[in-house]
Every structure is written in C-alpha cells, then in structure tokens.
Design a protein around this ligand. Structure first.
Ligand code: GLY
Length: 323
C-alpha cells in the first residue's frame, strides 16, 4: 500500500471536494451522468481525469484509459506503470487490461517492458487486432508498431528499493507485501448502456520474470458486460483462481446488488480456503445503473476506493468481510 501519510488525503483539484467516509458502498445513490469507481487513493485523481475527459466529449473508453494513464505516469506510485517496482531481475514488467461491456470486447497485455502506458496498448490490442491478449516481446513489438516509445521505467526510488531487496543478506523470495498489490482498477458507466472496466499494474514486486496474475486476464482482474463491471486488487496469484470479476458481474446479471455480489465473492474465498483470511483481496463493482459495491477480505488490509459522481470525487473505505 501507499505510505500511511498518503491515506486520507483531500484532493484539491477541480471544484470537487474529496471526503473520507466509511459508509457501506450500498448506501450510495446514482444519477444519469458518467460515474467512475476506482481502487485506492490514487483513484481520486484518476477519476477526476476520467470525468474531465468524458465531460470534454471523450468516450467512456477514452475516460477510463486516460484516467488510468494518470496513475501509470506517476513516478510516486510504485505499483503501476512508470516507477512500478520491478521483477527479480530488476526489470519493470507491466500488465493491463480493458473491456468494453457494450461490445463484449477486451484487450490486454502482460509482461510488457519499457512502455509506461500498458492500458493504452491493451486498448489498441482490443481495437486494432483480432486478438485479446498479447504478452512479452510480442506485446512490446506491437506497442512500438503502434507508435509507443520504449523507455527506462525504473526510477531512482524503485531502483533503490529493488537493490535493497536484492542485496539483503536474507531476502524473502517472491515475498508478499500488501504495498505491491495496489493495482489501479477503474470502472465507468454512462447511464446510457456504456460500461467499461480497466486495470493496470506492475504486479508483485520481485516476482519471477514472466509471472502473470489476475490483472491482465479478462474475467479475473477486470470484466465488463451489459449488466455491469468489476475489478480486483490484491494478491492476484490467488484471486485469478476465483475469476473474481466475472463472478461478480454474473451475480449482478442475476439480480444481485453490486455490494452483495462483492460480499458473495469474499465469502466464497474465505469458505473455500480459510488460510486466505489474512491476505489482501479486494474488489470493486458497479452495475449499469451506477449502483456500486466494494469489499475487502479483512479490516487489517482495508481497500480504499474512489468514487466520481455528480462531477465530484469522494474517497471511501470498503467494508471488510472479517474484522
Ligand atoms: N493483483 C495484481 C497482482 O497481483 O499482480
């Protein structure tokens, strides 16, 4: 997670005022405009950017892509894009996916090196090819062909953290630390049938090169269809095994409120493997009407989520299944 002093900040940009709240997600109401729901505190600014893009005439896909770009570009976010913590060999290895619920088309990239905006490459996979997922060197070559410029993604800060890990006399290998799971997941609906989900991450720090977890897998890290959308953040090696996002959206399609659908997923995980209760598993969801849900497994590792509605942004803490 981001350092504690970044928690609870109030964002000053724009006319909106962010407030902290711990009200259940189900208590929110909706309007007919675009609504954006994102993971973590960096989601506040990402939502604001998405709202600006949408208000300026951009599509819902434009809004979600550009909103996520803002987090990918931020060198201070060490779990996404530029400045993301690298794999065990010191290479920043990015994953992202985006899905348009109206067309049921998705695009994703995994193990992408040297390109700081994997969500934009994922969108081009969706829009310019007949494929859904591209990985590794092929994804990099595709990105270059699409006009992206390769660059060094390590920052002095992420290099220093990686060197500290590598040079530690006894470092835990493929260690699990909550701060390295802060995927940006963003969901958007426009009240006119548009539903989009996207997510982007550098994944687990010091991961084995080539590791793919939930974020770039459609139905796992992100999913959208006509009924709604969902995204996941947390230990993606485990969450991928539950196909979390498609589980939640299917429950919404069956009539569940997004909060109920998120809670159902957490209950399923806790029931199926009690050892999961102590790790970080978090989800967000929205239905096509703008009703939202958010949940985390336990209150020791709570999910903060950002909501953009009525052209204003708020930051909330999701209800946890376990105290
Ligand atoms: N959920 C992001 C990851 O584990 O890579």
């Amino acid at each position: 997670m981001e350092p504690i002093d970044r928690r609870g900040f109030l964002f000053a940009a724009g006319a909106a005022t962010a407030t902290l709240a711990s009200a259940p997600a189900s208590a929110q109401t909706h309007n007919a405009g675009a609504i954006f729901l994102s993971t973590w505190d960096f989601g506040v600014e990402a939502n604001r950017r998405a709202g600006e893009i949408y208000a300026g005439g951009g599509s819902l896909l434009d809004a979600v892509e550009k909103g996520i770009n803002l987090v990918e570009d931020d060198p201070n976010v060490t779990s996404v894009g530029y400045g993301g913590l690298p794999n065990s060999e010191g290479e920043v290895e990015l994953d992202a996916g985006i899905m348009d619920g109206a067309t049921h088309r998705a695009g994703s990239v995994c193990n992408l090196h040297k390109i700081k905006n994997p969500i934009s490459v994922a969108r081009l996979v969706m829009e310019k090819t007949r494929h859904t997922t591209m990985a590794g060197d092929g994804a990099l070559r595709f990105a270059i062909e699409m006009g992206f410029t390769p660059q060094q993604l390590l920052t002095p800060k992420s290099l220093e953290e990686w060197l500290r890990w590598r040079n530690a006399s006894k470092h835990e290998t493929f260690w699990i630390d909550a701060r390295n799971h802060d995927t940006i997941g963003m969901l958007g609906v426009d009240g006119r049938g548009g539903v989009v989900a996207g997510c982007s991450t550098s994944g687990l720090a010091c991961k084995i090169p080539g590791r793919v977890a939930d974020s770039p897998l459609v139905g796992c890290g992100y999913y959208a269809d006509a009924a709604g959308a969902a995204a996941a953040t947390g230990n993606g090696d485990v969450m991928a095994n539950y196909c979390t996002s498609v589980f939640i959206v299917r429950r919404i399609a069956q009539g569940a409120h997004p909060q109920e659908a998120c809670d159902d997923l957490m209950r399923l995980m806790a029931r199926s493997a009690p050892n999961l209760r102590d790790d970080m598993y978090c989800v967000i969801a929205i239905d096509r009407h703008g009703e939202i849900g958010a949940a985390s497994m336990n209150s020791k590792q709570p999910l903060q989520y950002a909501l953009w509605r009525n052209e204003g942004g708020t930051l909330h803490t999701a209800p946890a299944l376990l105290g």
